[in-house]
Design a binder for this molecule. Structure first.
Ligand code: MN
Length: 245
């Protein structure tokens, strides 16, 4: 009895070894799990479900195999693949959850998020997020030809790298703070839901944090990224482990 959580794989054609690691994880481990939750940034970039990328097709097939084996697969959109839509989800056999989402995990509730909503200190990013999550913006973007969308994504990645590079040079402490969660946002989320477990990714700082919110003992689990190796959270009825693959 194990439920698996992964995030921040950032799969793309430039890092085929990580895509293969994901494939092996799906075929060896996920296929035998109670459920699999993918908490965003499965892909490095996603410009629409009609993009016929090889990586997208490979991932779709691996997820479909797991779903066909009877394992429910759930997905929360990340800041890189927020345009992943119902067409891809249907093809892959997975269900898209809202962010945040509340699930029952062996009888206990847990809040799931990608994690970018908790990084409230980066106001420029939050403004970009609000704009790009607007249904009208998305409809306009998705109506453009694929080549134009791919060009936009490449440009956005370069701008993001420059933004982060500039921050790093001007103030490393500021960079570290802005790219991590805001503690007040974590407290507010745990208080708002009245649930003591929060699981998210995004920050690439894998850890299990114990904290007190109000008078409740809470726990914030941060999933790791797949840049250098894989990372998976395995939850069983009586405990959880956060491990590298
Ligand atoms: Mn992210």
């Amino acid at each position: 009895m194990t439920t698996l959580f992964i995030s921040d794989l950032h799969l793309d054609a430039e890092r085929p070894a990580v895509t293969e690691l994901f494939g092996a994880f799906m075929q060896r481990e996920a296929v035998a799990a109670d459920a699999l939750y993918i908490l965003g940034d499965l892909f490095e970039a996603w410009v629409g479900d009609d993009d016929p990328s090889e990586t997208g097709a490979y991932v779709e097939t691996r997820i479909r195999e797991v779903a066909d084996a009877g394992v429910p697969v759930f997905f929360i959109r990340g800041n890189r693949d927020f345009l992943l839509g119902n067409a891809f989800a249907r093809r892959a056999g997975m269900r898209i959850l809202p962010d945040p989402a509340v699930i029952m995990l062996y009888g206990k509730p847990a809040i799931l998020m990608h994690g970018d909503l908790l990084c409230t200190g980066d106001t420029a990013y939050q403004a970009f997020r609000a704009q790009t999550r607007n249904p009208a913006w998305q409809a306009q973007f998705l109506s453009q030809p694929l080549a134009a969308r791919l060009a936009f994504a490449a440009q956005a990645r370069a701008a993001s790298a420059a933004h982060q590079g500039g921050m790093k040079q001007s103030d490393k402490a500021q960079f570290e703070a802005l790219t991590d969660v805001t503690p007040a946002a974590v407290d507010a989320t745990l208080a708002q839901f009245g649930i003591d477990t929060l699981i998210h990714g995004h920050t690439h700082r894998p850890a299990i944090h114990e904290l007190i919110v109000g008078e409740r003992a809470c726990r914030r689990v941060v999933l790791g990224d797949w840049y250098e190796q894989g990372s998976v959270l395995r939850v069983e009825p009586h405990g959880m482990t956060l491990e590298r693959l």
